[in-house]
Write a protein that binds this ligand. Structure first.
Ligand code: CTP
Length: 407
């Protein structure tokens, strides 16, 4: 795979040399881009020797006007030629530039021109890491689909102990490997992913919904598309941009979600039902707004269609992956739902754990298979959890094919 490694100006810049070497040893073709500040910490020559290529150090060549013209459009060529952009160390300054779309040097300009996957490995002083400005920038970048490798806790060069240390370069290389390894293992598959909450109207201005953000489902859709699948993402109302190369179908209610899924069922080979579907709806929505009175209001709710259960009955030989969002008895409920709804696999998570699950960027899940096997994943970024879930789906599909072949 062709990878650009962007090196930011922090003490940890020296570790980027180890990372570049590790990526090269794993067979990747690496182009290094250094910021001006990074060159204060480590020489471009180190990276040139490791990659055998010229290191890009600025937007404009200092040599001749001919060179300057060529280098002025180089960021577009580098953006087109490479599949992955890894930035390590990603300083607070770089995160701020990327988040706000500033393009005043080669790396920030490349980030804007780059359409492939971006991995950011931040490293900085603990106070800078914890500052709301940095955390808000990270949140923005996560929402855009960047993978963030959280810094480690430990002794920092500024003399304090805390979060902010660049992880071991081998760990960063491993993370890159998970993103690149199985790049095409879903090619030929047509995957329906459902995501987000549903909204059930109470009257023309009010609705019942839940706290699902859709982040997990969107991460799965993006990862499946990256791994070669044609993805049909049936999404309830969320505040997320459509992932690249994904066919997005926006719905509001459980019934609309059901109809969209069944409309595409024939073509699908895998269905991943991560949506948090409302269990009840109001069958007769009044035409006008319900008016406030001084007395108690009772609402009559009817059950929505259980899309997953219906799919379990009609799925044929398609792979069906359900989800279970629980606040207690996680494994018991997960097993019950997997069997009752005839899923091949079920991803279960506790939604009341602090900093995980609903609305969060991180998750921790148990992935159950009908064979009885359970795999634990996380706590980790939802993009990483999405890759783990797809790894398990790919494995299950291989096992089922092997069984078919021997039958
Ligand atoms: N699901 C569905 N249609 C529904 C309700 C749930 O397709 N009307 C799916 C969800 O997308 C998820 C799985 O069923 O894949 C489990 O959803 P969950 O909300 O955890 O469980 P429920 O079956 O709704 O049961 P309960 O709310 O009682 O836990």
């Amino acid at each position: 795979m062709r990878i650009v490694v962007g090196v930011g100006g922090g003490i940890a810049a020296y570790k980027a040399a180890e990372l570049v070497r590790a990526l090269g040893q794993r067979g990747h073709d690496v182009q290094v881009v250094m910021t001006r500040a990074a060159q204060e910490f480590i020489q471009p020559l180190t990276f040139a020797s490791l990659t055998g290529r010229k290191v890009i150090t600025g937007l404009f060549s200092q040599n001749s006007s001919q060179d300057a013209l060529a280098s002025a459009v180089e960021h577009i060529a580098v953006a087109k030629e490479n599949d992955l952009l890894v930035v390590a160390p990603a300083t607070a300054d770089l995160l701020a530039k990327f988040a706000s779309g500033l393009a005043d040097d080669f790396l920030s300009t490349l980030y804007l021109a780059f359409t492939g996957h971006v991995v950011l490995s931040p490293a900085m002083n603990t106070a800078m890491w914890e500052h709301p400005a940095t955390q808000t920038n990270l949140e923005t970048l996560r929402k855009r689909g960047c993978s963030i490798i959280d810094p480690e806790e430990g002794w920092l060069a500024c003399g304090v102990t805390g979060a902010g240390r660049l992880p071991d370069p081998i760990r960063i290389a491993d993370h890159v490997e998970t993103l690149t390894r199985a790049k095409s293992d879903f090619s030929g598959e047509i995957v329906i992913v459902t995501a987000g909450p549903t909204q059930e109207a109470l009257d023309p201005v009010r609705y019942i919904s839940n706290r699902s953000s859709g982040k997990m489902g969107y991460a799965i859709a993006a990862a499946a598309a990256r791994r070669g699948a044609h993805v049909i993402l049936v999404s309830g109302p969320v505040q997320l941009p459509a992932p690249p190369r994904v066919q997005l179908i926006s719905v509001k209610t459980a019934l609309e979600m059901r109809n969209a899924v069944f409309h595409h069922l024939e073509e699908a080979t895998i269905i991943i039902k991560s949506a948090a579907v409302a269990d009840y709806y109001v069958a007769n929505i009044p035409e006008q707004k319900r008016k406030k009175t001084a007395t108690r209001l009772s609402l009559e709710l009817d059950p929505t269609p259980d899309i997953l259960a219906e799919l379990g009955d009609k799925k044929g030989d398609r792979l069906l992956i359900g989800f279970a969002a629980e606040t207690e008895n996680l494994m018991e409920e997960a097993r019950r739902k997997m069997h009752a709804k005839k899923c091949d696999m079920l991803v279960a998570n506790l939604v009341n754990a602090h900093g995980l699950g609903f609305e969060s960027d991180r998750n921790e899940v148990e992935i159950l298979s009908r064979s009885g096997q359970t795999v634990h994943a996380g706590p980790a970024d939802k993009n990483e959890i999405a890759e783990r879930i797809l790894d398990e789906v790919a494995m299950l599909r291989l096992n089922l094919r092997a069984v078919d072949a021997t039958a």
